[in-house]
Design a protein around this ligand. Structure first.
Ligand code: GLP
Length: 270
C-alpha cells in the first residue's frame, strides 16, 4: 500500500489523476476498464482527468466505466441516481461514451429482480476482463462503495441496506433525509479487491478517523475500507486534514520520497 499525503485537496486530485492515468497506461488494453466512485471525494480527480482528455493525454472513447454501486428504487433518470451522476460528472466531461458506462441496476421491483441484477453485474465485470483501475472514496463510517460496516470481506455484488449514518451523510444530495433510499446494489468488497489497481482519495478532517482505521486498524468487516490492506496495488492519496489520525506518517513520507541514488554512484565507504 502506498500512502501519499499532500497539502491540499487540489494536490490530491492532481496526484491521484496521475496514478489513475498510469494505471490505465500500464493496463495496455484496447478497452481499459475504469472503476468509478460517486460522492464528492473524486470530483476534483475527475476534473483533472477531464483536463488530461482535453489536452490529448488521455482518451477514454474506447474505455469502459464500471460504477461501484446504485441506489434501489429511485425513479428512472432521477438526478441523484448514480447512473445520472456518472453521466454528468464523468461521461460528458471525460468523453466516456454513455453506452460504455455500466451501473448496477437498482430498478428491480422485488428481491428476485434485484438479486438477478446484482449477479448480472458480476458477470458483466468478468466478461469485461475485470477492472484495471478502481477509483474509491471512503465513507465517514469506513464504507467502500456502499459496503457498510459488517460487510463480508469476500462479498460480491448484492443488495444491501444503507446505514442511517450513510443516509444522513447523503441527505445533502436529496430534498430531505427521508428521500434518501434505504437500500442499494453495491459491488462487494471481494469484487472491489479483484480490480488490478485501487486508488483511494480522501480529503478533510471528517475522513481522518475512517482513514486511520482503514489504513492502520485491523483488517476487519467493522471497517470495510481496511480491505485496502489486503490489496497488492493500492494507492491512497490524502490531504493533510484527512491524514491527521495516521501513526506511521513518517514512514509514508519517507517511502514517497522514492528510491535512493543508485549504490554505484555513491562513494565507497570502506
Ligand atoms: C457514497 C458512495 C461511496 C463514497 C462515499 C463517500 O455514499 N457510495 O462510494 O466513497 O459515500 O462520499 P463523499 O466522497 O461524498 O464523502
Amino acid at each position: 500500500m502506498e500512502v501519499l499525503v499532500l497539502p491540499t485537496p487540489e494536490d490530491v486530485a492532481r496526484r491521484a489523476a496521475e496514478v489513475v492515468i498510469a494505471g490505465l497506461v500500464d493496463a495496455a488494453r484496447a478497452e481499459p476498464a475504469l472503476g468509478l466512485a460517486t460522492g464528492s471525494s473524486p470530483l476534483g480527480l475527475y476534473a483533472e482527468l477531464a483536463t488530461a482528455v482535453t489536452s490529448g493525454r488521455l482518451d477514454l472513447r474506447s474505455a469502459r466505466g464500471f460504477a461501484l454501486d446504485e441506489y434501489v428504487g429511485l425513479p428512472e433518470r432521477h438526478p441523484q441516481s448514480y447512473r445520472e451522476v456518472l453521466l454528468r460528472e464523468v461521461c460528458r466531461p471525460l468523453g466516456l461514451p454513455p453506452d460504455r458506462l455500466h451501473v448496477p441496476d437498482g430498478s428491480g421491483r422485488d428481491e428476485a429482480a434485484l438479486v438477478a441484477a446484482a449477479q448480472a453485474y458480476e458477470r458483466l465485470l468478468l466478461d469485461a476482463g475485470g477492472v484495471d483501475v478502481q477509483i474509491l472514496g471512503i465513507g465517514a463510517n469506513g464504507h467502500l462503495g456502499f459496503n457498510e460496516p459488517g460487510s463480508a470481506l469476500s462479498s460480491r455484488t448484492r443488495v444491501k441496506r444503507l446505514s442511517e449514518r450513510t443516509r444522513s451523510d447523503n441527505a445533502r444530495f436529496f430534498e430531505g433525509p427521508d428521500d434518501v433510499p434505504t437500500h442499494c446494489v453495491t459491488q462487494g468488497l471481494g469484487t472491489v479487491l479483484d480490480a488490478r489497481r485501487l486508488v483511494l482519495v480522501a480529503s478533510g478532517a471528517a475522513k481522518a478517523e475512517a482513514v486511520a482505521a482503514a489504513l492502520e486498524g485491523p483488517l476487519s468487516a467493522s471497517c470495510p475500507g481496511s480491505v485496502l490492506q489486503w490489496h497488492a496495488d493500492a494507492t491512497v492519496v490524502l490531504d493533510e486534514a484527512a491524514a491527521t489520525g495516521l501513526r506511521n506518517r513518517d514512514y509514508y513520507d519517507a517511502s514517497a520520497s522514492g528510491l535512493p541514488e543508485p549504490v554505484t554512484r555513491r562513494p565507497k565507504a570502506w
